[in-house]
Write a protein that binds this ligand. Structure first.
Ligand SMILES: Nc1ncnc2c1ncn2[C@@H]1O[C@H](COP(=O)(O)OP(=O)(O)OP(=O)(O)O)[C@@H](O)[C@H]1O
Ligand SMILES: [Mg+2]
Length: 230
């Protein structure tokens, strides 16, 4: 089966010269959910930004068989949806409903259809009661759901999460895990939360010094890299 994501020799240095990715090789099939584990500064966020076409490194990235280039990037970006670590980076309209409808509207959908889709997502994510609230007044867990609804409104094939449980209380983390388990899209999830990774990921990739140096089940990786609280 053709991989949904295929990355070869991905290297990237930030403008200040910091080498964040040093030759990453990675593959993922449709429907998989992969946890990206590894220490602070090991390159997880930088990798995710490349998958969403938000940074351009050396090497190759294929999404659904198509190589990401300047020409193909706009179309390939529609296949990925990035849920930022801080929901405040994502929510900017006056109300939650408008925020969720914004993407589809911007892509040319009629206002009626965009609002209908936003309302469906509000219901699916159990936040219909927040439709007319201002995003910046919501709790962290509510914001996370609203941001996810906005991403799902664009109907991406790949969902990208950077530290999705930051700011969420334990019930909020449980609810998010359940929600993600119910979503059919492929998922890439950078997290330090091993409990969460076990709940939502079918496997894990371990980052070290800008490379993926191990892959396996979450439990294998935790054991192999002694990646737990003791
Ligand atoms: N904007 C930036 N400019 C310069 N260097 C950066 C920038 N962002 C990240 N880096 C550096 O790139 C490397 C990889 O960082 P990255 O944020 O990808 O790591 P991470 O694995 O996501 O870490 P964390 O677990 O702390 O989120 C680090 O050395 C970091 O200091
Ligand atoms: Mg990070």
């Amino acid at each position: 089966m053709q991989p949904l994501i295929e990355v070869e020799g991905l290297r990237y240095a930030y403008p200040d010269g910091t080498e964040a990715l040093r030759g990453v090789k990675f593959r993922m099939q449709a429907g998989e959910s992969v946890a990206l584990l590894g220490s602070n500064g090991s390159g997880k966020t930088t990798f995710l930004l490349h998958m969403a076409g938000l940074l351009d490194g050396e090497g190759s990235i294929h999404i659904a068989g198509e190589r990401m280039t300047a020409a193909t990037k706009p179309a390939l970006q529609q296949k990925t949806g990035y849920v930022f670590q801080d929901s405040d980076d994502q929510l900017f309209m006056q109300t939650v409903l408008e925020d969720i409808a914004f993407g589809p509207l911007h892509r040319g959908m009629s206002p009626e259809a965009a609002l209908a889709r936003a309302n469906e997502l509000l219901a699916q994510l159990n936040i219909a009661h927040l439709a007319n609230r201002a995003p910046y007044h919501l709790s962290a867990g509510e914001k996370k759901r609203a941001a996810l609804a906005g991403v799902l409104a664009m109907q991406p094939e790949i969902l990208i999460f950077d530290e999705p449980t930051t700011f969420l209380d334990p019930p909020g983390q449980r609810e998010l895990a359940l929600l993600l388990r119910g979503l059919p899209q492929a998922k890439l999830i950078a997290t330090h939360d091993i409990w969460f990774a076990r709940q939502v990921a079918s496997r894990a990739a371990f980052f070290r010094d800008g490379q993926i140096c191990g892959e396996g089940s979450v439990d294998d990786i935790v054991q192999r890299f002694d990646w737990n609280l003791k």
